[in-house]
Design a protein around this ligand. Structure first.
Ligand code: ATP
Length: 513
């Protein structure tokens, strides 16, 4: 655990030190759970977005992309259920004045019980050595069984109280378990209240004429309300998809964990419109397709897993998360939801407009079913970035910090380094930058010894370093160094472009999906 925390701290400080992510308005001490993408972060984020967009829109002839406004007619959010049901149960500690999600307090309590089980397992494994059978131990050890039963009972009661909106019982549970405020240790709690996660704002100049608006809490509704416009103008035939990337806003109560849970974030969503009855088939298909997209980046299959939901949201008939092994454990990265005809039917009801599709094959109209894939761009950023950051032991007993970003996503593809700041080497290096910059983001660095510059580019995630030296003056060759292997090759200057392109070309990567 301590290790995980340390690793996560390293990720956060590296993101700042190397110009990836800054706290928003830092000079005013920041704004909680709001972050700015810096010069490198903006490029990495753009590349992830592009990788998604190309895979979803460009490579699927039945998927088109839109860019809907953040502001939407307020009835949208009544229809979608967000006004009435997009709530988290919150509780305040009267002494520390800290606010918590009541369900998270209880879940954290259960996590501690689970940690005790882990401890028992570790102890027993040590005691029994080779002959230890974990499954059997978990199934028979009385202490473990008691812990397990206690944890299950608590979660079951929590689930039931939340489902029945019995917030008094959630508070009773917190009191019975004697859960204390993690900040102050106090058990002096307020009642549990529902808290709507949408940010409100106003449209219009005068108080009388102003209209209450919300900042969209998801991009999906911009797609649903445009369903018929796109279908008609694009002459789309079912099955077809509409994709979009854009900002979403949620007034998260517990906004910790860096860019994992932000109040302003970006989503990449795709709604796939299908014939009712075919949802299982498309659910399976999109689960597989989306997992393959992740795996194509080469981050390692062991870092991903599916988590199928047992408890479903009001709009879904099946749902699964793709979870990623973040520095703080496996957590949701992407959701794949079978949303039935819930959204389109709701918008029909609230707008009074028909949102149906005429199926020529079936010779009838129907409200299509929807299969959704929804991924947080910032969470994907965190997944890629945290996994890439590594400390490597080198042969000569030194270590290096290297950011092994997939080359296709790296903000800067190559750095050009003149070995010395004289003898015409900088001029030659600048000339090389000028030829490469039309195709790639290229850095130029002439400060410090070349070894230091290599390290700097390693930590920055730059896949290639190209060194211009005295031999270049004679025969037009340069040294190209690969970030991950640290191997160096001598190649002709006019081959450089092709060598970089081979590793960073998005086309190559996309064919792996
Ligand atoms: P969580 O349970 O973590 O709050 P969710 O189930 O509410 O997430 P969805 O509404 O399904 O999330 O949103 C789809 C995706 O949007 C998530 O898988 C996640 O990647 C991203 N996302 C949701 N909320 C946030 C947030 N506050 N900050 C960053 N990304 C988010």
């Amino acid at each position: 655990m301590a290790n995980q925390e340390e690793q996560f701290k390293k990720v956060i400080s590296h993101a700042k030190e190397y110009g990836y992510i800054f706290q928003s308005s830092e000079i005013y001490d920041g704004l909680s759970a709001v972050y700015d993408y810096a010069q490198n972060g903006a490029e990495l984020k753009k590349n992830i977005r592009e990788y998604w967009w190309k895979a979803m829109v460009q490579l699927n002839d039945n998927i088109v992309g839109i860019d809907a406004a953040i502001f939407m007619h307020p009835t949208t959010w009544k229809a979608s259920g967000h006004v009435d049901a997009f709530n988290d149960p919150l509780i305040d500690n009267k002494d520390s004045k800290k606010r918590y999600r009541a369900d998270v307090l209880v879940e954290d309590y259960v996590a501690k019980i689970e940690a005790k089980i882990d401890k028992e397992v570790k102890k027993a494994a040590k005691r029994f050595g080779e002959s230890f059978d974990k499954e059997q131990f978990l199934a028979t050890n009385q202490r473990v069984l008691d812990y397990q039963e206690k944890g299950d009972a608590i979660l079951k009661r929590l689930g039931k109280s939340l489902e029945n909106e019995d917030l008094a019982d959630v508070k009773a549970l917190i009191e019975e378990l004697e859960i204390a405020c993690p900040m102050s240790g106090s058990k002096n709690w307020t009642d549990v209240k529902q808290f709507n996660l949408m940010f409100g704002t106003k449209l219009g100049a005068t108080a009388e004429s102003a209209m209450d608006l919300y900042l969209r809490p998801e991009t999906a509704q911009g797609i649903f309300v445009n369903f018929l416009n796109v279908q008609k103008t694009g002459r789309m035939k079912i099955p077809f998809g509409i994709a979009q990337t854009g900002k979403a806003f949620r007034n998260e109560i517990v906004a910790r964990q860096f860019i994992f849970r932000m109040r302003e974030f970006e989503q990449m969503e795709m709604q796939f419109f299908i014939k009712p009855g075919t949802q299982q088939e498309w659910y399976d298909t999109w689960k597989e397709k989306r997992m393959n997209w992740h795996l194509s980046l080469g981050i390692g299959a062991e870092n991903y897993r599916f988590h199928d939901h047992e408890k479903l949201a009001h709009y879904a008939d099946a749902a699964s998360d793709i979870e990623f092994k973040f520095p703080f454990g496996f957590k949701e990265l992407e959701g794949i939801h079978s949303r039935t005809d819930f959204d389109l039917s709701q918008h029909e009801k609230h707008s009074g407009k028909k949102l149906q599709y005429f199926d020529h094959e079936e010779n009838k109209s129907y409200v299509p079913y929807v299969l959704e894939t929804s991924i947080g761009l910032d969470r994907m950023f965190l997944a890629v970035f945290s996994n890439a950051l590594q400390e490597e032991e080198l042969e000569n007993n030194t270590t290096r910090t290297v950011l092994k970003l997939p080359a296709v996503l790296a903000p800067t593809k190559a750095a050009v380094l003149p070995l010395l700041k004289r003898d015409g080497l900088p001029e030659l290096a600048h000339k090389l930058v000028d030829t490469l910059k039309w195709d790639f983001n290229i850095a130029y660095d002439e400060k410090d010894a070349v070894g230091r510059r290599y390290r700097r580019q390693d930590a920055n995630g730059t896949p290639f370093c190209i060194t211009v030296d005295h031999q270049t003056l004679e025969d037009n060759t340069v040294t190209i160094r690969h970030r991950d292997t640290m191997e160096q090759q001598r190649i002709a200057m006019d081959e450089v472009k092709a060598v970089i392109a081979k590793e960073v070309d998005m086309r190559e990567w996309l064919t792996r999906i």
